[in-house]
Design a protein around this ligand. Structure first.
Ligand SMILES: *[C@@H]1O[C@H](CO)[C@@H](O)[C@H](O)[C@H]1NC(C)=O
Ligand SMILES: *[C@@H]1O[C@H](CO)[C@@H](O)[C@H](O)[C@H]1NC(C)=O
Ligand SMILES: *[C@@H]1O[C@H](CO)[C@@H](O)[C@H](O)[C@H]1NC(C)=O
Ligand SMILES: *[C@@H]1O[C@H](CO)[C@@H](O)[C@H](O)[C@H]1NC(C)=O
Ligand SMILES: *[C@@H]1O[C@H](CO)[C@@H](O)[C@H](O)[C@H]1NC(C)=O
Ligand SMILES: *[C@@H]1O[C@H](CO)[C@@H](O)[C@H](O)[C@H]1NC(C)=O
Ligand SMILES: *[C@@H]1O[C@H](CO)[C@@H](O)[C@H](O)[C@H]1NC(C)=O
Length: 631
């Protein structure tokens, strides 16, 4: 199976694709779909390839590459000695199953190895041509540390930089290891896929200094992932992935971090319809297994916690013009989820093997999902001060195997189908854990998570609306002190309908989504609050002969970040047809020396301004649908 993440194709039933009124809804359609097997897609006049806006006429003057970005806070780095090391440069051409691999050696030029005050990574990538967005998985010593994706290129070329604070993985960076960067790309003359991704991965280590001590960090990090996987540690789920782990005997506290994203038929999981309404829709409208997804962690077959994942939209998703140059939140650094497994240490410290399972389940009666999700994780451990084995027991375990679902809906006489899926999840675990032979820690781990998803398929399935919210609170206390807190709210609204404008037909989409999260992942990582809202709308059109004619898109995003150590960052940015029309950056991290050199409060770099208008929001034709012509 190919690891690709994109909106693969949109099928339009050609006989219904003609009308002459502006914004009339015209055709029953496979509104959203992905395909994970590019080779199986036969280009035909009925297949609309989203890569089309990358196609240019010969006579447009060259302009600067488009600078794409995900709005995100810069890493908070200390003003101490900074040592920059290029970890890898790699050109990802036909790289499916062939990741970039580099030997990692801990740098000795920035203070004692492992005592760094901070570590940040810089993933900078260029591409030119036509290409889908691809998942990008970075792992060190078989442990995933960054899940990104790529921005789709254009014929003039694109560049993006994403920075990530990886201080929490200091224990991994302190050891020699193998660095594996997996961007499964595919070139194909037949399909017109020409874009190579050229990546540079740089690490900056910051030496400790007076006032900037070495950070608190996990003593040990243990990967949860597929040991049989060759190019990265990912489990392809279903089925759930098992890792057999033997922990040190003197662990004082332990947290599991989970990486999870839907792929292929699960890329737009939030648009999949509940099984009992699937047959009320025309064939191929969407996928079944419903829209609810819960990522679970089981220890020896018992649920230890769950995450209601944030829906990350990749740069080819739904309407690609929306994500140039402002990509969706999470697309270059996907959110992760933490579960406090300290309550299980009484058992996990017995020196025996234990099985950690990561899976994804739905709210359908059989809990099934489609293919596939990619999962991995790691256990971040802190050891007790002595070698005396940890003991303890679970005092209260009140956790259902699955979230509590409810599905309701209506099939109207005119064929409209409206479906609401809800799910609630409660977790309550209390344990007493004894470290050093005498120190008692009363641990309570609670989760209260809510989910609701409304879908409407209207007017002969020419209109699809999705209105979803996941929200909740996860909290862990150790002897009454809060050590993990995750208060989140992820509303996602999508409006999608088929349109005709003049002689052209195509689709209109708007997305209104937010990521609001107050997050203390563990006592070893500072708490942060992120609140971001993005709204985008646009159209994609082609003529009655199936030639691409016009696409446009406007996206606006507000972002604010604050951390428990006093850093702040805000940004309000709007792009109209790839042209940044306003951009305001503020906060204490706005102009940090190591970040966005030359951008700072002045906004995006010059290349961004106007660079995109040459390929979005203009008529290029004639370009036959289903055929890529990269002149
Ligand atoms: C990618 O790298 C290759 C090999 O070094 C080079 O030929 C190509 O021009 C680069 N492309 C971009 C878009 O940077
Ligand atoms: C994972 O382990 C569980 C027992 O904990 C077992 O039931 C399941 O079949 C295993 N799954 C796989 C994919 O091996
Ligand atoms: C279905 O949902 C749409 C959009 O909210 C609404 O306008 C319509 O009245 C609903 N139809 C039925 C039959 O409930
Ligand atoms: C639509 O097509 C008709 C017939 O080919 C043509 O006469 C007309 O000019 C076209 N309209 C537009 C707005 O392109
Ligand atoms: C996009 O095109 C549609 C259809 O022509 C138009 O109504 C809308 O105003 C355009 N949006 C932008 C931002 O140009
Ligand atoms: C881009 O936006 C700026 C600021 O609104 C505007 O002055 C400029 O004309 C726009 N450029 C293009 C090519 O639309
Ligand atoms: C990130 O790396 C790129 C390529 O190595 C470099 O040009 C850029 O200046 C770096 N950005 C930051 C903020 O360090």
């Amino acid at each position: 199976m190919l690891r690709v993440s994109f909106l693969g194709l949109i099928l339009c039933l050609a006989t219904k694709c003609a009308s002459s009124q502006p914004f009339q809804k015209v055709a029953a359609s496979k509104v959203l779909s992905s395909n994970d097997d590019i080779g199986a897609i036969k280009p035909s006049p009925q297949v609309v390839w989203l890569a089309h806006e990358s196609v240019y006429p010969n006579n447009v003057a060259q302009t600067a590459p488009l600078v794409d970005f995900q709005v995100q806070q810069p890493p908070a780095t200390p003003p101490t000695q900074a040592c920059e090391h290029v970890l890898m440069t790699h050109s990802f051409a036909n790289s499916y199953g062939q990741p970039g691999v580099a030997t990692y050696t801990p740098p000795a030029d920035c203070g004692p190895i492992g005592d760094w005050a901070a570590i940040s990574l810089n993933f900078t990538c260029t591409s030119q041509g036509v290409q889908y967005d691809r998942l990008a998985i970075l792992s060190l010593s078989s442990t995933e540390i960054w899940r990104s994706s790529t921005a789709e290129p254009t014929s003039y070329g694109i560049i993006f930089t994403a920075l990530k604070d990886v201080t929490r993985y200091s224990a991994l960076f302190a050891q020699p290891g193998e660095l594996v960067f997996d961007i499964g790309n595919l070139l194909s003359e037949d399909l017109g896929l020409t874009g190579v991704y050229n990546a540079t991965l740089t690490a900056t280590f910051y030496a400790p200094a007076l006032g900037w001590p070495k950070t608190q960090k996990a003593d040990q990090i243990i990967p949860l992932g597929n040991p049989g996987a060759t190019s990265d540690p990912l489990f392809s789920v279903p089925p759930g992935g098992n890792t057999t782990v033997t922990l040190p005997r003197n662990v004082a506290q332990a947290y599991v971090e989970i990486f999870a994203s839907g792929n292929s038929e699960e890329e737009f999981w939030y648009t999949n319809v509940a099984d009992q309404y699937y047959n009320s829709l025309p064939a191929d409208t969407t996928y079944q297994d419903g829209p609810f997804r819960e990522v679970r962690l089981l220890i020896d077959g018992v649920v230890a916690g769950a995450a209601f994942p944030y829906p990350v939209v990749f740069t080819g998703g739904i309407l690609p013009t929306l994500w140039r140059p402002i990509s969706a939140y999470g697309s270059f650094d996907q959110p992760t989820y933490y579960i406090d497994i300290t309550p299980f240490l009484g058992t996990l410290s017995d020196g025996q093997e234990h099985v950690f399972t990561l899976d994804v389940v739905s709210a359908e009666t059989d809990h099934a999902i489609n293919g596939n999700w990619y999962l991995s994780g790691n256990i971040q451990l802190q050891l007790a001060s002595s070698n005396i084995p940890t003991t303890g027991k679970i005092l209260n375990y009140n956790v259902a195997p699955y979230a509590q679902p409810s599905v309701s809906g209506v099939v109207a006489p005119n064929g409209d189908v409206n479906v609401t899926v809800k799910a609630s999840r409660y977790v309550e675990i209390t344990a007493e854990i004894i470290t050093n032979g005498y120190l008692a820690n009363v641990v309570t781990w609670t989760q209260s998570l809510e989910y609701t998803n409304f879908q409407a398929y209207l007017d002969d399935v020419t209109v699809e609306l999705v209105d979803q919210t996941s929200s909740g609170t996860s909290r862990s206390t150790h002897n009454g002190v809060q050590v993990l807190y995750d208060g989140f709210n992820y509303p996602f609204y999508m409006d999608y309908y088929l349109v005709t404008i003049g002689n052209d037909s195509g689709w209109y989409a708007s997305i209104d989504h937010s990521y609001d999260r107050a997050f203390l992942p563990s006592p070893l990582i500072p708490e942060s609050t992120i609140s971001t809202h993005q709204y985008g709308a646009g159209v994609y059109l082609y003529d009655s002969d199936g030639y691409f004619t016009y696409a446009n898109g406007t996206t606006t995003e507000d972002f604010s970040y604050s951390s428990s150590i006093g850093d702040t960052y805000t940004r309000a940015v709007t792009a109209v047809n790839s042209n940044i029309t306003s951009d305001q950056i503020g906060g204490s991290l706005a102009n940090t020396g190591s970040w966005w050199t030359g951008w700072g409060v002045f906004g995006a770099p010059a290349g961004t301004r106007g660079a995109g208008t040459s390929y979005v929001g203009r008529t290029f034709g004639p370009v036959k649908l289903g055929v890529h012509i990269d002149k």
